[in-house]
Design a protein around this ligand. Structure first.
Ligand code: TXA
Ligand code: MG
Length: 345
């Protein structure tokens, strides 16, 4: 299939171009589009056949449900039953933005979207291209991240092109996404609500408004110095092709441990993920992910660096760990899932 690539300015989107993509969605086709978190691979949520194609293109397991993206809050009531008051308050506070809320679903939401669950996920993205695409498609858009399943999520159109060009009707190139990790997913069907996936809206931000618990799986506590039991789907979700060793601990210990790993793996092509504060302590192939003083810079660069190292043909990636405060929880969740080995320095 020929994939049409349409360049659109995310600050000032050309509505004529948006309408071309919206028409593809209306006709049951697939469009990859930027959101403020990562690129999504979208189809009309209410069209089961169209949504099914998303799973095929991504090679996504059929038991992993999708998020409905909406541009108008009224759609919450059309898709969800029993919308608690706290959801309205959270929507007022964090939408449009990187927060996904899970509700009991209404019949209108096809089973393929929810992977057979009785609940469904809804979010209103902030990116103007995404909002206008939904608006002109005149339907909610079901969209997972636009990567091949298991690979790092796309933060640039180039990443989407690399993974799925030729398999879908259209890719909107709206430049880099500005958060870089996916939305925070919270389940509002349980009491207290549960944070299932840390993301752009932090636990601390949510805590100011509601009583919420973090699901243990969201922290991804792998036993240190052990390889995850199954290196397959279960743990390695955002994985680069190269093996990734994640080193956690106090800064000085981490630096020393990473230097040791480099010595032990002499002869391999190694890529190191370091920070502004630590870059000078390692040899050559170092990428600076950002500053420890500003986790937003770290989040925004994470997936791109993993992909860049793959493109360079690196054999082994070694990354420093971060504090799990604020956006650090989302960053560490992705790094721990991507890692083949997690080491405590
Ligand atoms: O930032 C984002 O959320 C991006 C952009 C494109 O919006 N989307 C995204 O989608 O990351 P995806 O499919 O890669 O991740 C959606 C997550 C998955 O972990 C899925 O299991 C969970 O949301 N999810 C969706 N519906 C659910 C439900 N009913 N119950 C529990 N988890 C659900
Ligand atoms: Mg994903």
């Amino acid at each position: 299939m020929e994939t049409r690539i349409i360049k659109i300015d995310q600050m000032n989107p050309d509505i004529k171009k948006i309408k071309i993509a919206a028409n593809i969605i209306k006709k049951g086709g697939l469009v990859a589009f930027p959101t403020e978190t990562v690129y999504g691979l979208g189809a009309n949520s209410l069209n089961s056949e169209a949504v099914l194609k998303i799973f095929k293109v991504k090679n996504r397991p059929a038991d992993n449900p999708l998020i409905n993206h909406i541009a108008n809050k009224e759609w919450i009531y059309k898709l969800a039953e029993k919308v608690p008051e706290e959801a309205i308050m959270l929507a007022e506070t964090f939408w449009p933005g990187p927060l996904t809320m899970i509700f009991k679903k209404r019949k209108i939401v096809p089973d393929v979207v929810t992977a057979g669950l009785k609940t469904t996920a809804i979010r209103m993205p902030k990116n103007k291209i995404a909002l206008n695409l939904i608006k002109y498609s005149q339907c909610p858009i079901a969209a997972p991240s636009a990567n091949t399943s298991g690979r790092p999520s796309p933060t640039m159109a180039e990443h989407v092109i690399h993974d799925i060009c030729g398999k879908i009707e259209c890719i909107i190139d709206g430049g880099k996404t500005n958060i870089g990790v996916e939305s925070t997913v919270i389940d509002l069907t349980v009491h207290p609500p549960l944070l299932l996936r840390p993301g752009g809206v932090t636990y601390e931000m949510l805590k100011e408004f509601i009583d919420i618990k973090i699901h243990p799986a969201a922290k991804v506590m792998i036993k240190f110095n052990e390889k995850p039991a199954s290196p397959g789907m279960k743990y390695r979700h955002y994985a680069p092709k190269a093996d990734l060793i994640l080193v956690e601990g106090e800064i000085d210990d981490m630096i020393k441990k990473i230097q040791d790993i480099c010595v032990e793996n002499r002869g391999k092509k190694i890529g190191i993920i370091a920070t502004e504060e630590t870059k000078e302590f390692y040899g050559n192939n170092v990428r600076i992910i950002g500053s420890r003083k500003d986790m937003r810079t770290v989040a925004v660069n994470l997936f791109k660096i993993l992909r860049d190292f793959d493109n360079e043909g690196v054999d082994l990636i070694v990354s420093e760990g971060f504090s799990t405060k604020g956006l650090g929880l989302a960053v560490m969740n992705r790094l721990r899932k991507a890692a083949k080995t997690v080491i405590k320095a």
